[in-house]
Design a protein around this ligand. Structure first.
Ligand code: GTR
Length: 366
C-alpha cells in the first residue's frame, strides 16, 4: 500500500469502481475482486485488520429463564473465542417461542445497559431474536490492551475492528442455534457501537442486514463533506485514537488524500441490506454527510441490482437509539427478509439531493 504522500488528492468522493490498475469495473463479475481490494484498503488506512478468526467459538455456562408475558426465552451464555488465551464475553439471547427459525438482531451496546423493555417487546412481538453483548468485554473502550489484545498480543488494529470481530463471534455462535434462521442475521449499534456494527457488516458476508444508528464520523458519516458542527477526523482521532489504526491519524489535515470515504465502506455491504438510521438534531454525527455517503453507495447497490437493499431513515431529535429507530429497522428487515411491502419509504432524503459530492456514476448508467 502507498504511503500517504504517494496518494493523490481527490476532492470529491473517490470512485469505488476505480481499480488499482487504472481501469474501471465494467461488469458485475468484477465486483467481488474489487470489493476485496477496497476492504483491504479501508482496513489498512483506517481501522487496522480484524483480529484473527478463532479456531472455534465455544460456550461456557448458560442460564435460562422464561419470559411468560412475551412468550419468549431469555438465555445468558458465556461465549469464548480464541485458541489458548480465549476471549470470553457474555451474550444475552432473547428468543421468541416459534415453530420455525427466526431472524436475529445482534447489538453490541450492552455495556451501556440492556436494550429497553419497550424495544425488546417490539423485537420479540415482530418475531425476531435479540442477541446483546458488550463490546467492552471484547476489548475495552480505552487504550488498555485487554480482552482480544491479550489473546493476540501482536494485534495492531483499533477498537472498532476488535469490536467488529466481536459481532462476528456472536454470528459464529448464532449459526449453531437451530432456532435462528442463518440467512437472516442483522447487526445494529448506536454511535461508536454503530461504527462497529457497520464495520462488522461490511467485512462479513454472513451478515444479511447492517443497521448503524447515528454512527457519524468513522461510521456512516462522511469525511469530506460535513454539515455544521460535525465531528471531523481531527476531533475523533485526538479524542479516540485507539478506535483506529495508528496510521489513520496521518490523514488529519490531509483528508483529500484518503483513497476512499465512508460510502466505500457502505459499498462493501452490497448487495446485502444496509439501513442507516439518523437523527436530524444530532449534528455531531453529520446527518447531511451521511445522506451523501448513502447516495454514493447507492450507485454500487444499483450496479449490483440491489437498489432496494440500501435505505436511510431520518427522524427528528437527538443522539440516541430510540424505539422509532428500532421500529424503522424492523420495518426494513420485514421488507428485506419477509418480502413485505414497505411500511414506509427508506429513500426519503432530508437535505437537498444535489449530488455535488461525486461526479462519477455506476458503470452502464450513462
Ligand atoms: C462521541 C464521539 C462520537 C460518538 C459518540 C458515542 O464522543 O465523538 O464519534 O461515537 O461519542 O459513541 O456516543
Amino acid at each position: 500500500m502507498k504511503s500517504i504522500r504517494e496518494l493523490p488528492v481527490i476532492e470529491e468522493l473517490p470512485d469505488p469502481f476505480q481499480k488499482a490498475d487504472g481501469g474501471r469495473v465494467a461488469s458485475r463479475g468484477e465486483w467481488e475482486a474489487q470489493r476485496a481490494a477496497l476492504q483491504k484498503m479501508i482496513l489498512h488506512y483506517q481501522y487496522g485488520s480484524l483480529p484473527p478468526e478463532p479456531v472455534e467459538t465455544f460456550t461456557g455456562r448458560m442460564e435460562a429463564r422464561r419470559l411468560d408475558a412475551l412468550n419468549a426465552l431469555e438465555q445468558e451464555i458465556l461465549l469464548m473465542a480464541g485458541t489458548k488465551e480465549a476471549v470470553s464475553f457474555s451474550l444475552y439471547l432473547t428468543l421468541p417461542v416459534a415453530d420455525a427459525p427466526v431472524p436475529a438482531i445482534i447489538c453490541g451496546d450492552r455495556g451501556w445497559g440492556r436494550v429497553g423493555a419497550d424495544i425488546v417487546e417490539a423485537v420479540i412481538r415482530r418475531g425476531y431474536a435479540l442477541a446483546e453483548f458488550s463490546r467492552e468485554e471484547v476489548a475495552p473502550d480505552s487504550a488498555t490492551r485487554q480482552g482480544v489484545y491479550e489473546a493476540y498480543p501482536h494485534y495492531e488494529g483499533g477498537r472498532l475492528a476488535a469490536w467488529a470481530w466481536g459481532f462476528h463471534r456472536v454470528c459464529d455462535y448464532l449459526l449453531t442455534r437451530p432456532e435462528i434462521d442463518p440467512q437472516k442475521i442483522a447487526v445494529t449499534g448506536h454511535s461508536r457501537g454503530g461504527k462497529a456494527a457497520l464495520l462488522a457488516g461490511a467485512t462479513d458476508t454472513r451478515i444479511a442486514l447492517t443497521a448503524p444508528n447515528n454512527s457519524g464520523c468513522g461510521g456512516a458519516g462522511c469525511y469530506r463533506f460535513m454539515g455544521p458542527q460535525s465531528e471531523d477526523i481531527g476531533a475523533i482521532v485526538s479524542q479516540f485514537p485507539y478506535w483506529f489504526h495508528a496510521r489513520f491519524a496521518e490523514f488529519v489535515g490531509e483528508i483529500a488524500r484518503l483513497p476512499f470515504d465512508q460510502h466505500t465502506l457502505k459499498a462493501l455491504v452490497a448487495p446485502r441490506a444496509l439501513l442507516s438510521t439518523e437523527a436530524l438534531g444530532d449534528l455531531w454525527a453529520n446527518p447531511s454527510g451521511t445522506q451523501i455517503t448513502h447516495l454514493a453507495a447507492k450507485e454500487v447497490f444499483a450496479f449490483l441490482g440491489a437498489e432496494s437493499r440500501i435505505g436511510i431513515c431520518f427522524r427528528e431529535g437527538g443522539h440516541a437509539h430510540t424505539l422509532p429507530d428500532w421500529s424503522a429497522l424492523l420495518d426494513f428487515a420485514d421488507m428485506q427478509f419477509r418480502g413485505e411491502v414497505a411500511a414506509r419509504h427508506f429513500d426519503r432524503l432530508a437535505f437537498p439531493a444535489d449530488r455535488s459530492g461525486f461526479s462519477w456514476r455506476s458503470p452502464g448508467s450513462g
